[in-house]
Ligand binder design. Sequence first.
Ligand SMILES: [Zn+2]
Length: 317
Amino acid sequence: MSKTGYFTHRDCRKHEMGPGHPECPERLDAIEDRLLISGVGDALVRCEAPLASLDEIELAHGRMHVASLRGLSDTLREDVQAGGPRHAYLDPDTAMNVDSWDAILRSAGATMAATDAVMAGELENAFCAVRPPGHHACRDKAMGFCFINNVAVAAKYALERHGLARVAIVDFDVHHGNGTEDIVDGDERILMVSFYQHPFYPHGGSHSNASNMVNVPVPAYSKGPVVRELIEKQWIPKLEEHRPEMIFISAGFDAHREDDLGQLGLVEADYTWITEQIKAVAVKHAQGRIVSCLEGGYNLGALARSVAAHLRVLTAA
Ligand SMILES: [Zn+2]
C-alpha cells in the first residue's frame, strides 16, 4: 500500500462566504464522513496543514496582491469588531470573513508541506482537503471563490526550493483553471494539462496556446467516455514527453453529473480512471510523487464519493 498523506486543518472550516454559498465548510465535513464510512480514511496518514509564509506565496503571486488580501483581512476584523458587515467582497462570489486569511495560509501551507513530505520520501503521495480552493486565483487577482493559487504555489515551490527541473499540473475541475494558466503560462518547467466545460465560467475567451499548456475544452453535457478519450489522446502523450518529476493535481469534482455548478456527466468511476492515468505517469516518471489539492465540487454526496474514489487509487499499491 502507498503511503498517502491527508493534509487539512480546522481553520479551513472557519472560512465561509455567507448563507447558501456553495463553497461551504460542510464540503470538508462531507468528505471526512465519507472517508470514515468507506474505510478509505484508515489508509491515510493524517497531517496538520501549517501556515504558509508570505515569501512562499509570493513564489506565485505579486507582493501587492498578497499584501492587499492581508490588509483586507485586518480591516475586516476592525470593522466586524465595530459592528460592521461580516464579509468583505472581492467579487460577487468571493468574500472573506475574519477567519479567511488563516484558512488561505493553511491551504497554501498544506500543498507545500505535502510537497516537502513527498520529496523527503516520507509519503508517496498526498491529498490536501483544504479550502478556499485556488485555481481561479491569478497572480494579482482573487476571483471565483479563490484567493491564493495553492497548486501553482506548490509547483513553483517544488521547482525553486526543491530544485526540480520539470513538474506537471493536472486540472480536472469543470471550470478552466484560468488563475493557474495566468501564473504558469509560458513557464516550460511546468506542463499544465486540463479539460473543462467550454464555453463556461470564467469566460476567459481564448485560452493560451503556449507550448506548456494543454487546454482541452469540452462541450456541456459531455460524459465520461468523451473525456477519457480526450485525456488519452491529448494529455497522456504530452505528460509522457514532459517526464515530470512531480505531479500536482487541481482536484475539482464539479464535473460530476450530480453537480449543479457544471453540466458535465462524470461519475465516480471516471475519477477513479483519471486518477489511475495520472498515477501511472507519476510512477513511471516521478517516483510516484503526487500532491493533489481539492478545488471545486459542490454536491456534497457526489463530492464525498468522488474524493473517496480518488483517494482509493492514491492509496492503492
Ligand atoms: Zn470548479
